[in-house]
Design a protein. Structure first.
Length: 256
């Protein structure tokens, strides 16, 4: 991938230089850093929020997309080095949960492990499902049907064919990364893990989410919210509250 430019990989929408902790947010497939603007605004009083911007979207739309979860994690970790001056929690939704998990593994390998990991809308990496048709191999109409099924894209974008055609390559690339991901056996994390899911999410069951407990030797918690795969869109305040409580739990280096 070449040299990593930290300035390209993170947006800091609400800088909080006085904060004693940092939250790094990894978007879902087809998502962008801007998805986490509400999170940055809500948490600015106590937490410095960085939102990851993957290549191939928004201001990075002219850059080649990355088609590997592991490569995305590696580049994000390389870019994160200047931001490790305070305890870091990693938070990822859907595909972002897998990228955040692999990033946490890399950080722990280097002795810079995160304070905590928060995974949303994704089954544990050790849990696989029976083979099914691959979304990234569908034609454009099939790809758009999947996007509509999960209800994670603004209806205004879905109605604008020109705009939609611009973002489809990034979405297809992200699905390829997710669908080609294979969990590699390794030591469990030593940081606490919080799993968040919607109670009507076709992408993850309660049992699949509970298996995240197998991937840490520390505390594991899970919270179930009303809603589907993008339950975050309607449960934003409750999700932010759950993340903040997890970051401030007794025993945390930044607990209040």
């Amino acid at each position: 991938m070449g040299a990593v430019d930290p300035a390209k990989w993170f947006h800091r929408y609400e800088p909080a230089p006085q904060a004693t902790r940092r939250l790094v947010c990894f978007p879902h497939a087809g998502g962008a850093a801007s998805y986490f603007v509400p999170v940055a605004r809500a948490m600015a009083a106590r937490t410095d929020v960085l939102a990851v911007q993957y290549p191939g979207r928004q201001e990075r739309r002219h850059e080649p997309c990355v088609t590997s979860v592991e490569d995305l994690a590696r580049a994000a970790v390389d870019a994160l080095v200047p931001w490790l001056d305070r305890p870091v929690t990693l938070f990822g939704h859907s595909m972002g949960a897998m990228v955040a998990f692999e990033a946490a593994r890399l950080l722990e390998r280097d002795g810079k492990g995160p304070q905590a990991l928060v995974v949303s809308g994704r089954r544990a990496p050790s849990r696989t499902r029976a083979a099914q048709d691959l979304v990234h191999l569908r034609d454009d109409e099939g790809l758009m049907a999947e996007i509509r099924r999960l209800s994670g894209t603004d209806d205004r974008i879905l109605a604008d064919e020109e705009l939609l055609r611009m973002i489809l390559p990034a979405i297809r690339s992200d699905y390829r990364a997710v669908e080609s991901y294979r969990y590699r056996q390794g030591p469990p994390l030593s940081c606490p893990v919080l799993a968040l899911i919607g109670d009507d999410d076709p992408q993850v069951t309660r049992d699949e989410a509970e298996s995240w407990a197998e991937h840490t030797t520390a505390r594991f918690d899970m919270t179930v919210f009303p809603g589907g795969h993008f339950y975050l869109n309607s449960q934003g305040e409750a999700v932010i509250r759950a993340i903040e409580e997890h970051m401030s739990a007794p025993g945390s280096p930044t607990a209040c």
